[in-house]
Design a protein around this ligand. Structure first.
Ligand code: HEC
Ligand code: HEC
Length: 306
């Protein structure tokens, strides 16, 4: 609350509140004592109407006492809690500290569980049902926005359960991917190559998965591929997991396998980024996530294809 208001507003609220309370007290007090009038002390001099006379009695005690209690209650509240904005209250209570306490409690409760799993290797954890449940929940919180709730990814975001890996799909490889992040760096060739040269090499790329639509062009493209692309994608186009260079022969595409998309990839390059998670999540949680991804990929890659 304090962060949302400028200091001027804080003082405005504090002064208005305290002045209102003081006025309440004054009105109560003024109406709780007998006043001296000329004439009959019990009567207002003037108020008689139609046989009714207004007596000048103090307010009933029980009523004014209740009112005093409410005023002192609010004063006590404002001393203990941050109601006046400019004063944090003796208890130092805030929604912020409440939240931090909850986080602390949750850490105390869950950290030992995570730490126990972190001591086992990823493959062992991947066989533990309880660990996979926690890993699944972590995945649904931190990873689905890019890899999808079904882990099947989308254009530019790899499918994690198709058994096809850009980077090593071993338990350690997956853990490293999540810990440190990965940067795919496919350089753009639009400036270095003539447009025909790009189309030719794109046709050659399609031919690697048996889908070329122009055999001559593919043949011409082979030369360029061997001299320029093979350095990263390998002489046979089977990729290189150390660089994250995809296998171009398996007809599994990160960005798309149409002639137009492959041409675009070659001309403009691609820079897929998997963010590092070690600072955000800490190693024990990443360990569980790696086990979860590994287990899911094993299970789904083994399942018969639909
Ligand atoms: C901001 C989007 C984003 C988020 C969030 C994200 N990833 Fe990724 N991830 C990517 C991209 C993009 C790649 C591919 C990088 C490349 O193209 O080189 C990738 C790659 C991977 C790979 C390697 C896949 C392969 O084929 O080798 C794994 C494993 C992975 N992510 C797991 C995770 C997990 C687990 C989480 C949650 C902690 C996560 N990712 C969160 C975008 C994301
Ligand atoms: C410096 C290494 C490097 C060179 C050289 C290189 N590539 Fe790549 N290529 C990559 C990487 C890394 C990726 C993955 C990019 C990403 O993850 O965002 C990639 C991605 C691709 C893709 C996208 C595959 C998909 O699944 O969508 C195609 C197609 C491709 N490269 C073709 C080529 C061709 C053709 C050449 C030669 C003209 C070439 N590359 C040269 C590293 C390279």
């Amino acid at each position: 609350m304090k962060e949302l208001l400028s200091p001027g507003w804080g003082w405005y609220v504090a002064i208005l509140t305290l002045v209102s309370l003081a006025v309440c007290l004054w009105v109560l007090r003024a109406n709780s004592v007998k006043k001296e009038h000329g004439g009959d002390p019990k009567l207002h001099g003037h108020n008689e109407w139609d046989g009714l006379r207004e007596y000048d009695n103090p307010l009933p005690r029980w009523w004014s006492n209740l009112f005093y209690i409410t005023v002192f209650f609010s004063l006590g509240y404002l001393i203990l809690y941050p109601g006046l904005i400019v004063f944090p209250g003796l208890l130092n209570w805030s929604t912020d500290s409440l939240y931090k306490d909850e986080v602390k409690q949750a850490k105390a409760e869950f950290d030992p569980i995570f730490d126990a799993y972190a001591k086992q290797d990823v493959k062992t954890v991947a066989a533990d049902k309880g660990a996979l449940q926690i890993g699944g929940r972590l995945f649904q919180t931190y990873c689905v926005q890019c890899h999808g709730t079904d882990m099947r990814g989308s254009k530019g975001f790899p499918n994690l359960v198709d058994g096809d890996w850009l980077y090593p799909g071993t338990p350690e490889g997956i853990k490293q991917t999540i810990m440190e992040g990965r940067n795919g760096a496919m350089p753009p060739f639009g400036a270095a190559f003539k447009p025909e040269q790009i189309t030719d090499v794109a046709q050659y790329v399609l031919s690697l998965s048996g889908r070329s639509t122009a055999a001559d062009a593919a043949k011409r493209g082979e030369e360029t591929f061997k001299t320029t692309c093979a350095a990263c994608h390998g002489p046979e186009g089977k990729g290189n997991q150390a660089l994250g260079a995809p296998n171009l022969t398996d007809n599994v595409w990160l960005y798309g396998g149409s002639l137009a998309t492959v041409t675009e990839t070659i001309a403009k390059g691609r820079q897929g980024q998997m963010p590092a998670h070690k600072d955000l999540l800490g190693e024990p949680r990443v360990h569980l996530l790696a086990a979860y991804v590994y287990a899911q990929s094993q299970e789904q890659a083994a399942a018969p294809k639909k």
